[in-house]
Ligand binder design. Structure first.
Ligand code: F6P
Length: 564
């Protein structure tokens, strides 16, 4: 197995230096999107790309032909293509955990069985073995052949998981709602806050409910606590409904019919009492936040069906292939990652908005927050040395048009410049008319208006020409030159959604590679977990309380005083 060489310090490369000089020159001459558009009739054509069935317009970014060339040079200077190929081939690029990073193998079609061997195993064959089992299971549930313990068909799923075992499934569940066709819905429980579970279980009929426990490690505090509680709820509720008599034998039967699990730790699943027949595995080479297209997506296969899931996987694969086969200068996936580096490291922009113009993608920014920030929010490189530049911008967002009436003010006129990705689709699942007005067009008009306003702004003279009193002219000026990328698709299909997810996975990879980061570990989540274990007893135990720092002690004393 090839080993991973030490990261190249991007800041020491001639490509980085050339980018720094190019940046300074652009700033000195004046960043001027309006002027750049006027000076180059081909700007849009040159900065528009097609990847899979998505259309990308990068023209409203703070880049020129020269920037694109230099960004591609930077990619080559840090061996981006080699590292990408290493990742696709199963090299252990996750160095701190000594693991391969093979989410791309999850979506390779059956005819690619045999192409990716990882630690002596045929990864693609393993993937399809589990997919086929999941498809068969999902068909049984969807057709009603799978019955609850009292013989009723399943109408509701409860999926228990957190982080990568929740954010992806929830986001896709919400995004693909128009495709639900089996009369089965899903509620997702993630938070250890008992309020989450209480609200999600409200009104559920246990006899028609199937619970999916999703946890890569099957040790996560939140998920295991919720799983035990839901198991108790299910057995009590089934007994109250007269579906079981509460005997061990009937309870075991109920668990068999109402609980399935998804994990890499199938031994722990069995220990929990779940029949191994009802357990679906994945592998340590799938990172939690890269796992929605693995068995972690089981709830989606049940709700939307195997065919739709196959289309979803095909979308990922289309972008994987595009990313691997397209030269860097023309590779919009790589360029979007490199452009993020351009904004973070050369312009000092610290956040990045993702603004979907479809309500169905309302959980997409939240999903991206884990994908991007758990991956690249790091200060050391993959060989343990400190990073040599800023890393990990904050990703955030909300769907338009809602965001327009909330935080867009800051994007348009704030002192921070925030690059933004706008995502929209030509067709909608729910066409609507307001009189003669097509409401979807009204919606899309807003998407286009926002990117136009951000790019080209409004000058003081234009404001004055509208008859604005002089003293409020400055408040009504828009500087423009606020960068946006427009991603336009035909329809938000399962295929298009797979494409979008793969796009951001690879953007994250590109940024991590330039920064020399292992984007696939997450040690930064560990300390809080350890401390929570140590602190929790202090709510009742004086010795544990005495061991805390003064602030924690004060807060626990407040708790003790007010606990009802
Ligand atoms: O605490 C962070 C984390 O490890 C994430 O990386 C992961 O997606 C999540 O917890 C859930 O982990 P698991 O799937 O093992 O329950």
């Amino acid at each position: 197995m090839p080993t991973v060489s030490a990261p190249i310090d991007a800041t020491k490369t001639s490509a980085w230096k050339a980018l720094a000089a190019h940046h300074d020159k652009l700033v000195e001459e004046g960043i001027d999107l309006k002027g750049w558009f006027a000076a180059d009739a081909k700007r849009v054509e040159k900065l528009s790309f097609e990847a899979g069935d998505l259309h990308f317009d990068l023209s409203k970014n703070l880049i020129t032909d020269e920037t694109v060339k230099l960004l591609a040079d930077l990619g080559r200077a840090v061996n981006l293509e080699q590292r990408r190929d290493d990742m696709y081939a199963g090299v252990h690029i996750n160095t701190t955990e000594d693991r391969a990073v093979l989410h791309t193998a999850l979506r390779r079609p059956k005819d690619e069985i045999g192409t990716v061997m990882v630690d002596g195993q045929d990864a693609v064959a393993d993937v399809h073995e589990v997919l086929d089992r999941m498809y068969a299971f999902a068909e049984k549930v969807r057709s009603g052949e799978w019955k609850g313990v009292s013989g009723k068909r399943i109408e509701h799923l409860v999926s228990i998981g957190i982080g990568g075992s929740d954010l992806g499934p929830v986001m896709v569940y919400e995004a693909l709602k128009p495709y639900a066709d089996a009369g089965i819905d899903c509620r997702y429980i993630s938070n250890i806050d008992p309020n989450d579970q209480a609200e999600k279980l409200k009104g559920l009929d246990p006899e028609t409910t199937l619970v999916i426990i999703v946890s890569k490690t099957f040790t996560t505090l939140e998920t295991l606590t919720n799983a035990r509680e839901v198991k108790a709820w299910m057995l009590d509720a089934l007994k109250a409904a007269g579906a079981v008599d509460g005997s061990d034998e009937q309870n075991a039967e109920a668990i068999k019919k109402h609980f399935v699990a998804v994990s890499t730790a199938l031994d722990l699943v069995a220990e929990f009492g779940i029949d191994p027949e009802n357990a679906f595995g994945f592998w340590n080479w799938v990172g939690g936040r890269y796992s929605v297209d693995s068995a972690v997506g089981l709830s989606l296969i049940v709700v939307y069906g195997p065919e739709r899931f196959q289309q979803f996987l095909a979308g990922f694969h289309a972008i994987d292939e595009y990313f691997q086969k397209t030269p860097l200068e023309e590779n919009v996936v790589a360029l979007m990652g490199l452009m993020n580096v351009w904004y973070v490291n050369f312009f000092g922009m610290k956040s990045h908005a993702v603004l979907p113009y479809t309500q169905y993608l309302h959980r997409f920014p939240a999903y991206l927050q884990q994908l991007t920030m758990e991956s690249n929010g790091k200060s050391v490189r993959w060989d343990g040395t400190p990073v040599t530049s800023g890393t990990g911008e904050v990703f955030w967002g909300e769907p338009g048009t809602n965001g327009q009436h909330a935080f867009y003010q800051l994007i348009h006129q704030g002192t921070e410049v925030i690059p933004a990705d706008f995502i929209a689709f030509v067709n909608t699942a729910n066409p609507a008319k307001d009189g003669d007005q097509d409401v979807h067009e009204l919606f899309l008009g807003n998407f286009l208006a926002q990117t136009k306003a951000l790019a080209f702004g409004k000058t003081a003279d234009e404001v004055r020409a509208e008859g604005t009193p002089e003293q409020i002219v400055p408040a009504r000026v828009f500087t423009g030159n606020r960068p946006t990328t427009s991603i336009f698709g035909d329809t938000l299909t399962p295929f298009a959604l797979g494409e979008l997810i793969a796009l951001y996975e690879h953007i994250t990879f590109v940024e991590g590679t330039v920064w020399g980061i292992d984007s696939y570990d997450q040690w930064g989540v560990e300390l809080g977990k350890q401390l929570a274990k140590q602190i929790t007893p202090a709510f009742h135990d004086d010795e544990a309380l005495a061991a805390q720092d003064a602030s924690t002690k004060g807060l626990i004393e407040f708790y003790r005083k007010h606990r009802k």
